[in-house]
Design a protein around this ligand. Structure first.
Ligand code: HEM
Ligand SMILES: *[C@@H]1O[C@H](CO)[C@@H](O)[C@H](O)[C@H]1NC(C)=O
Ligand SMILES: *[C@@H]1O[C@H](CO)[C@@H](O)[C@H](O)[C@H]1NC(C)=O
Ligand SMILES: *[C@@H]1O[C@H](CO)[C@@H](O)[C@H](O)[C@H]1NC(C)=O
Ligand SMILES: *[C@@H]1O[C@H](CO)[C@@H](O)[C@H](O)[C@H]1NC(C)=O
Length: 505
């Protein structure tokens, strides 16, 4: 080949690799020098730090090239309302219609073979909310109580026992949620093999970030086999033997049965996806709430007192052989507990809200500014940057259990640049794609903590600390880098009436 041709070819390659250039009206473009990957590695290493650095350099709005996508980040929460209200040009479901089927192994919902399926699935979400939530919450209460009673309240003695906090939360929440959603087996009330199933679930969950990134399955070891095992639990012939399933799952099962084009494995994969949605974030969220309360004895004391007061007002006598039932109404009154949970969510969530641009247009940011965006680009909100902004939340790294309360009521005024924020706490996403299970999630975490605090003295060894594992940034509640040991013992009947005592010092 002649030297001239080589030079020309080289130039051509360079031009191709450079990708696109910034057009007038578009945000600053950050591409990096690695073809295709762009800034993916830096983003994955520490998304929060990376985005803050770009914000310092380029301002509130910039476009980053990550793994073949142009992602425009909106970093100013005062601009959030404008982004969130865009329904037409910014479609979320394009994204879920590709990534979720790949991850959980069902055919794309918007395929022509399944007319109307997507809408029917969306309308099933009503059954997690509003008045429909009452039954679900009652069922969860009974199942949590049953699991606690069988596994943890069965010893009469009040000696100290030790456990691993994350393991404890995951086991209890996994089984109680499973029973509440999918119902009970034909005999007995516990499904056999819950432990191994939970372990498979966690194995699958470890690979979740790679699946979401659409990594080829053959690169992921046993993941496909593990997923298949999990999906097999939900085959119609198995599920039909279970009783007392939730209306939510019931209605979805009936919907799937209307489609001859859906194979049994496809239906099962949909049910499995819901299990992941219901437990994948809730288990770590429960852990962080428990962990932060245990490491802040004064917070734990206040929250426990609040729970006891609410129970006392309803004339509930707390003793070990009687089940505790907290109605939805009672749960709503536990504001210190709710604030502590929200504060734990603020600290531990790192989800990214994503919309895909449907056509070239000018995205309005605030009253003065708009930016040009192109069809196929992604608009992303990264709420962690708000949650960790010292201007919005004083001393944002620290856990303040009553941060979301003022004068005994919920606090809703948080500010940036002197302006009140409409969106300041976003663990559940935003706008039309907000998590439909959010109220159920908060209620079940409350129920779990009520049982834990009412029945047990808790003690987190002071040397035992863990931190957030940032490798899942962008995908929801972060997991702990390591599990922590804790001690627990049955509270004696007198503890419930006398002022609460902490055992942590
Ligand atoms: C602390 C616990 C939870 C957190 C932090 C959480 C968070 C989220 C987030 C961030 C989304 C995506 C929304 C968006 O991108 O705009 C989502 C979607 C979803 N969540 Fe949750 N979630 C939790 C618990 C639950 C529970 C308990 C259920 C069900 C019982 C559930 C069911 C769903 C479903 C079905 C979707 C998909 C909605 C759709 O396709 O439009 N989630 N969740
Ligand atoms: C309860 O679910 C049904 C069925 O999906 C729905 O029609 C109804 O609107 C829901 N109720 C509320 C309060 O969300
Ligand atoms: C199962 O459901 C029936 C009616 O739907 C109800 O009467 C019964 O109490 C439920 N059983 C359990 C164990 O939840
Ligand atoms: C409620 O609290 C009061 C005063 O602290 C106590 O005398 C009473 O026994 C409690 N009631 C119940 C049902 O625990
Ligand atoms: C906690 O957050 C949820 C939703 O994220 C909200 O509905 C609720 O009002 C908040 N409660 C408090 C006390 O901050």
């Amino acid at each position: 080949m002649s030297p001239l041709l080589l030079v020309l070819l080289g130039l051509l390659v360079l031009v191709l690799l450079r990708g696109r250039t910034r057009r007038v009206g578009e945000p600053p473009l950050i591409t990096g020098w690695i073809p295709y990957l762009g800034k993916a590695l830096e983003f994955r290493k520490d998304a929060h730090a990376f985005l803050e650095e770009q914000r310092r350099r380029h301002g509130d709005v910039f476009t980053v090239y990550i793994k073949g996508n142009y992602m425009t980040f909106i970093m100013n929460p005062l601009m959030y309302p404008n982004i969130i209200k865009h329904g037409r040009q910014l479609d979320f479901h394009k994204f879920t219609n590709v990534v979720a089927p790949y991850t959980f192994g069902y055919p794309p919902v918007d395929d022509v073979r399944f007319p109307g399926l997507g809408d029917k699935i969306s309308s099933s979400f009503h059954l997690l909310q509003g008045s429909n939530l009452t039954l679900l919450t009652e069922s969860m209460m009974a199942n949590l109580m049953a699991v606690f009673r069988q596994d943890y309240l069965n010893e009469a003695s009040d000696h100290w026992r030790t456990g691993l906090a994350y393991d404890f939360c995951t086991s209890v929440m996994f089984e109680a949620t499973f029973l509440t959603m999918y119902g009970r087996p034909p005999s007995g009330w516990r499904h056999p093999g819950m432990g191994p199933m939970k372990d498979d679930f966690l194995r699958f969950d470890t690979m979740f970030p790679l699946l979401i990134a659409q990594t080829p399955l053959w690169l992921l070891g046993n993941t496909e086999a593990t997923r298949l095992k999990l999906i097999n639990h939900f085959l119609p012939q198995k599920m039909s033997q279970w009783s007392n399933r939730s209306k939510f799952i019931q209605q979805r099962a009936e919907t799937f049965d209307q489609y001859d084009t859906l194979k049994d494995m496809d239906k099962a994969a949909h049910h499995f996806a819901i299990l992941w949605a219901a437990v994948g974030n809730t288990a770590p969220a429960t852990f962080w709430s428990m962990y932060y309360l245990m490491s802040h004895p004064e917070a734990l004391q206040t929250v426990r007192q609040e729970i006891q007061d609410v129970l006392n007002q309803s004339g509930v006598q707390i003793c070990c052989d009687r089940d505790i039932v907290l109605s939805r109404d009672q749960l709503d009154r536990l504001l210190y507990l709710e604030s502590a949970i929200n504060e734990s969510l603020r600290l531990s969530t790192a989800s990214m809200n994503i919309r895909v641009v449907e056509e070239d247009f000018h995205l309005r940011l605030d009253s003065e500014r708009s930016v040009a965006v192109r069809k196929g680009d992604i608009i992303a909100l990264y709420p962690q940057s708000v949650h960790m902004d010292p201007e919005v939340y004083e001393d944002p790294q620290s856990f303040r259990f009553d941060r979301f309360l003022v004068d005994g009521r919920e606090r809703t005024d948080f500010y940036k640049d002197g302006q009140r924020l409409k969106f300041y706490l976003m663990p559940f996403g935003s706008g039309s794609t907000m998590c439909p299970g959010r109220h159920f999630a908060i209620n079940e975490i409350k129920q779990f903590l009520c049982l834990l605090l009412v029945y047990f003295d808790l003690d987190l060894d002071h040397q035992q600390r863990t931190t957030l594992d940032c490798s899942r940034a962008g995908l929801g509640i972060l997991q702990p880098t390591k599990d922590v040991h804790f001690r627990y013992r049955l509270r004696t009947a007198t503890d419930h009436h006398s002022p609460p005592q902490t055992t942590t010092d």
